[in-house]
Design a protein. Structure first.
Length: 247
């Protein structure tokens, strides 16, 4: 009798464990489904932001022109080297300047404005513009544009959001300030990857008219830049400013 009771208890324990196992699986699947739904919802939001067509990801495809773009929050010495390389190859570029960098490097910024290259705004404190209100976006942008104008006399017409993060409020702020919102066609990711060959490949793979190539004033970028310029020029491309590329 006791043996039968023991067997019955064992069966019940197995049944409970089985139920617990399936319950755990059900909870896991439910949580996974919710997480996936959140991810897809986030992607949908990003797509809806881009759907307005206000942000510019590519220049005109009418002519063989492309643009090198440098987002600047560091590297004054490298900015000077980049200017010299551009001069050597008779190429132009657009430099999106961070306000706090401009404050500390006014002399380099002034040289940049006199070099024939273009200056745009990259905000003031490298903030996430997608999480800011219209007024916060405007304040962050205006701080940088006024600072650049005070140093160089140049009136900025372009804004490149830090990390490429923007939303409806950013678009509204740019429209109110009369600025064009600039993104990119090719991202070299040179701030992360130090391999010169990798940077060159990302900048020059599948070259097309109107390419906007994103870079930063890093040591590895300085080393990669001559080869990037040579590759475009060998294929008959003129390297111009953003404003010229999108005209």
């Amino acid at each position: 009798m006791s043996k039968l009771l023991s067997e019955e208890k064992a069966k019940k324990r197995i049944q409970r464990k089985t139920v617990d196992l399936f319950s755990g699986i059900a909870v896991f699947l439910t949580v996974t489904a919710l997480l996936l739904a959140t991810v897809f919802a986030g992607n949908a939001k990003i797509q809806s932001v881009n759907a307005s067509g206000f942000a510019i990801y590519k220049g005109s495809t009418n002519e063989k022109k492309a643009c090198l773009m440098f987002n600047v929050y560091e590297g004054a010495e490298n900015v000077n080297e980049i200017m010299e390389i551009l001069r050597k190859y008779s190429a132009k570029a657009t430099f999106f300047i961070g306000g706090i960098w401009a404050e500390k490097n006014a002399e380099t910024l002034l040289s940049l404005s006199l070099s024939g290259n273009e200056i745009g705004s990259h905000g003031y404190l490298h903030r996430d513009h997608s999480k800011m209100s219209i007024e916060q976006n405007k304040e962050e942008i205006v701080l940088s544009t006024r600072l650049v104008k005070n140093i160089t006399g140049f009136q900025i017409k372009l804004f490149a959001p830090p990390s490429g993060a923007y939303g409806d409020a950013t678009e509204s702020a740019c429209k109110a300030l009369g600025l064009k919102l600039i993104m990119w066609t090719k991202d070299t990711i040179d701030w992360r990857d130090k391999d010169v060959g990798t940077i060159v490949n990302r900048a020059t793979k599948n070259i097309n008219k109107g390419d906007l190539i994103l870079m930063h004033p890093k040591d590895q970028t300085v080393l990669a830049l001559p080869k990037i310029i040579e590759t475009y020029q060998e294929q008959g491309f003129e390297l111009v400013t953003v404003s010229e590329a999108i005209a």
